[in-house]
Design a protein around this ligand. Structure first.
Ligand SMILES: NC(=O)c1ccc[n+]([C@@H]2O[C@H](COP(=O)([O-])OP(=O)(O)OC[C@H]3O[C@@H](n4cnc5c(N)ncnc54)[C@H](O)[C@@H]3O)[C@@H](O)[C@H]2O)c1
Length: 258
């Protein structure tokens, strides 16, 4: 068995309640699955209803779950906060929040209007702050918690073609650093996990080509392509008691690209 297939079990995650934004496909789906496999109670929101239903059904068919999920467009802050409150009422306070939702649509400098800018921030930046606002009172009652914000290494390696996305993702480090001290007093930890280029179905279908394959080989230190589960494993660690004294940090899972 290769080292990659030997996954850790975190006893402290069993029975923990976890909320994930954008959990229906891609890295979010890997995170939802990984927590369910650890025996955690997972709740998620996503705008992709058929994919989300299929994911929840698949996890439950494996004997994990039940998985709580709702179709929600996170650009609607009131809806996002409503669903977090509903999940909390049904399941209890969340000890972990994973701010995963994003959408790396391409655009040029010239094409961006103020409306498009606001829309990009409404998907890629704003939901994390307001999800944190919603879960923190419950975490305080629990005596602590863990918030994981998905950042990116794309802007750090000067990735082009998505300047608004780059602005939003670079601000994730500011969100983490800007709240760590405030939340730390209540033993709520907050960290950024920044993936490299992860081979989700969307990335493979939309952006991976021969040039991209060559970039991976040239820039990564490790030869294997990053998988969504590679990112999920770091998120599990930060949510678990094993990560108890980690806060205010950025953890890169990028095979050494940056
Ligand atoms: N895949 C990569 O290579 C990569 C690299 C760096 C950072 N990241 C970050 O990792 C996280 C996950 O990335 P991913 O590649 O899985 O993203 P993705 O775009 O494949 O998936 C994000 C999920 O969010 C959902 N979603 C999109 N818009 C939504 C909306 N308005 N409301 C509700 N749900 C919505 C999608 O349906 C999808 O399930 C993101 O924060 C992303 O910025 C990914």
């Amino acid at each position: 068995m290769s080292e990659r297939q030997t996954l850790a079990v975190f006893p402290s995650l069993r029975g923990q309640r976890v909320f994930v934004t954008g959990g229906g496909t891609g890295i979010g789906a890997a995170i939802v699955t990984a927590f369910a496999e650890q025996g955690a109670q997972v709740a998620f929101v996503d705008v992709a209803a058929p994919e989300s239903a299929a994911l929840a059904g698949h996890i439950e068919s494996l004997g994990y779950g039940p998985v709580w999920w709702r179709c929600c467009d996170v650009r609607d802050v009131a809806a996002l906060q409503h669903f977090i409150a509903e999940a909390e009422k049904e399941l209890g306070a969340f000890s972990t929040l994973v701010n995963n939702v994003a959408r790396d649509d391409r655009h040029t400098l010239e094409s961006v209007t103020p409306e498009y800018w606001d829309e990009r921030m409404a998907v890629n930046q704003r939901p994390a702050f307001f999800a944190i606002q919603s879960v923190v009172p419950g975490m305080r009652l629990l005596g602590g918690g863990s918030i994981v914000n998905l950042g990116s290494t794309g802007w750090q390696s000067k990735g082009s073609g998505y300047p608004c996305y780059a602005v939003a993702k670079s601000s994730v480090n500011g969100l983490t650093r800007g709240l760590a001290d405030t939340l730390g007093a209540d033993r709520i930890r907050i960290n950024t996990v920044s993936p490299g280029w992860v081979m989700t179905q969307r990335q493979i279908t939309m952006w991976l080509n021969d040039e991209g394959e060559a970039d991976i080989q040239r820039n990564q230190c490790l030869p294997d392509k990053l998988q969504p589960s590679d990112v999920a494993r770091m998120v599990l660690f930060l949510a678990s008691a094993d990560g108890a004294m980690c806060t205010a940090q950025e953890f890169k899972v990028d095979a050494g690209w940056n």
